[in-house]
Design a protein around this ligand. Structure first.
Ligand code: FNR
Length: 187
């Protein structure tokens, strides 16, 4: 059987290095993971005023998460946290009260920056949010990726063997995590 993984790119940039990283992760993932991007760029800013009547973009977001058996968050670090666009999407999906889309869903957190910190602080911030939202995060291994064009080609080719091995192992561990969670908490 296969597992449906919905993935979020935390960046709205047309030249996003995190989008490139997502392509590498998908390339290197085990065959039984199937990936669908869940777009966040067209969502209005969340307000509780919408709780009684979500707009189409927000309904689509919750339906896409509902159709996923697991989630992967590939995000940049913005000012030592996650980009507002990603937080906005999470806020939408967590509501209306009692209809939190993240309840018990297996999830992975990963990200790339140009600098050496590799989104570590943003990932820690995102993990706090996802903990509150009651997602079942893979807590180890972690992956803090320093992006360089020597290592990553535009379509997610990985030109360094140790990086490729690291990312392949990360995705294999994620697959095992998804299987483990879904065994106890089927969706
Ligand atoms: C950044 N960047 C950044 N990098 C980092 O390592 N820690 C940080 O706190 C920040 N803060 C930050 C804020 C804002 C508003 C921007 C635009 C950028 C740099 C960031 O890592 C770099 O722009 C990446 O290319 C962003 O990822 P995407 O959008 O290319 O996927």
């Amino acid at each position: 059987s296969t597992y449906q993984v919905g993935y979020f790119i935390g960046s709205l940039s047309s030249t996003s290095i995190n989008r490139v990283l997502s392509k590498a992760l998908i390339r290197l993932a085990p065959d039984d993971l199937e990936f669908t991007e869940i777009p966040i760029g067209d969502l209005p800013l969340y307000s509780p005023d919408f709780d009684s009547d979500y707009p189409p973009e927000a309904r689509a977001l919750k339906e896409a998460i509902g159709a996923s058996e697991a989630l992967m968050f590939v995000t940049p670090e913005y000012n030592r946290s996650i980009p507002g666009a990603l937080k906005n999407a999470i806020d939408w999906a967590s509501r209306p009260w009692g209809e939190n889309s993240f309840e018990h869903i297996p999830a992975a957190v990963v990200g790339a920056s140009i600098g050496q910190i590799g989104t570590a602080v943003a990932q820690q911030s995102l993990r706090g949010v996802l903990s509150y939202c009651n997602a079942r995060q893979m807590t180890a291994p972690e992956a803090y990726i320093q992006f360089s064009e020597e290592v990553f080609g535009p379509d997610g080719e990985v030109h360094r063997e140790d990086t490729e091995t690291f990312l392949r192992d990360f995705m294999r561990e994620f697959r095992d995590h998804v299987e483990r969670v879904l065994t106890v908490l089927p969706r």
